[in-house]
Design a protein around this ligand. Structure first.
Ligand code: HEM
Length: 387
């Protein structure tokens, strides 16, 4: 009783049915034909796709254990060897996730502490933008191949090891400066336990995961924000009108968000349309499971098609166009939407959601606030050493 799906060819599976460049769009098309739980074969590999807000939530929240393991593709299993939090499972993942969440929160994630740091970063962002407009010359494409990926990974880990070494040499257990310090103390406390998960590999890979999962995601969403504001100047005008009416010349702060319903709605709509993780990060079933009447074997790759929730035609008035009204009631007050799930749901849901939301709010309000700023006299001057 497998979930339905297109008939696979030997060896190739359904590869010919899918546009691999626009894989998430192909899956979205297939869900129209095969429903909210369907099978596709990527070559010989069987993959179950979950589509639509209700089905994804039901699987990831109501069947949290069954659908809650991470699929670790061969390249990642070779690269991270089960360490860290992003591409790990079992007890090691549980310990790393719990430790990361508790410590990031203790060091201010989603709270005042990180607000101060993000504001400081926003000030630099404003300065940098005015100071180095020629940085854009470097924003090109570069070729990545497999060897390069492994080389980059090794270099990243070496860099993290150097950072950790510096922190180890200056560690004062009475004055913990951040995540790595807390990890090092825990490592010392558990040094007599041979099967402790607090070893160097988990430290290096968890730090690497937090950087990797936490930078490009927010950065890409911000770029979408700027693109959408440029494309819809009348919406940008309304945000700027609200910002100048509510906060004026004061520096943006999280506490102003509740009085900025339009800005908040625009930021949510940016994330909905940006759709930066359309297929989430694949999961795998931790045991055999019967879901919506279908049998799914232990170890089956599962793709929660988040884009199908973000563009669910039953949940959004105009799912395919940018419309901040999706998050506003008739009085212009902000409303939460259950189908808004760019951070996924359940036990593998994004660990940095509160940090990301704070960053998006502060960076975008800083960038959109109409405060007088010095415009660089020669915005397109190439760097002194040429391009
Ligand atoms: C706009 C920003 C971001 C978006 C849209 C986003 C989205 C996601 C998504 C879709 C997942 C996969 C969830 C799943 O498997 O079901 C994820 C996982 C994760 N995210 Fe984020 N993320 C963002 C920012 C961040 C930040 C700032 C951090 C770190 C501080 C972070 C850390 C992680 C980690 C560690 C995981 C893996 C969790 C696990 O496997 O247990 N993310 N994120």
């Amino acid at each position: 009783n497998d979930p339905p799906g297109p008939r696979p060819l030997p060896l190739l599976g359904n590869l010919l049915h899918l546009d691999l460049k626009w894989f998430h769009l192909s899956l979205s098309e297939l869900s129209k034909k095969y429903g909210s739980v369907f099978t596709v074969h990527l070559g010989p590999k069987k993959v179950v796709v979950l589509a639509g807000h209700k089905t994804i939530k039901q699987a990831l929240v109501n069947y949290a254990e069954e659908f809650g393991d991470r699929e670790v593709e061969p390249i990642f299993s070779e690269m991270v060897k089960g360490h860290g939090v992003l591409f790990s499972n079992g007890d090691s993942w549980k310990e790393m996730r719990r430790f990361s969440l508790t410590n990031l929160r203790d060091f201010g994630m989603g709270k005042r502490g990180s607000e101060e740091m993000i504001i400081e970063e926003s000030r630099h962002l404003m300065e940098l933008y005015n100071m180095f407009p020629w940085l854009r010359w470097f924003c090109g494409r570069w070729l990545v191949n497999r060897t390069q990926v492994f080389k980059d990974n090794d270099e990243n880990i070496e860099e993290i090891e150097r950072l950790v070494q510096g922190l180890k040499e200056t560690l004062n257990p009475q004055d913990l400066r951040g995540f790595v310090d807390s990890f090092l103390v825990r490592q010392q406390e558990e040094s007599d336990q041979p099967d402790s998960h607090f070893h160097n590999n988990n430290l290096n890979y968890t730090v690497g995961n937090l950087f990797a999962a936490g930078t490009d995601t927010t950065g890409t969403t911000l770029r979408w924000g700027m693109l959408l504001m440029a494309k819809y100047p009348h919406i940008q005008d309304q945000v700027q009108e609200e910002l100048s009416r509510v906060i004026g010349d004061r520096e943006p702060r999280m506490e102003y968000r509740k009085n900025l319903p339009y800005t908040d709605a625009v930021i949510h709509e940016i994330q909905r349309v940006a759709n930066i993780g359309p297929m989430s990060i694949p999961h795998t079933t931790s045991c055999d499971v019967t879901f919506q009447g279908y049998f799914i074997k232990k170890g089956t790759t599962v793709i929660p098609l988040l884009m199908s929730a973000l563009q669910d035609e039953e949940e959004w008035e105009t799912p395919h166009s940018f419309n901040p009204g999706h998050f506003l009631d008739e009085k212009g007050c902000f409303i939460k939407k259950d189908a808004f799930m760019p951070f996924s749901a359940g036990r593998r849901a994004c660990l940095g959601e509160s940090l990301a939301r704070m960053e998006l709010f502060l960076f975008l309000t800083f960038l959109l606030q109409m405060v007088p700023c010095v415009v660089h006299p020669h915005p397109f001057t190439p760097p002194p050493w040429g391009v």
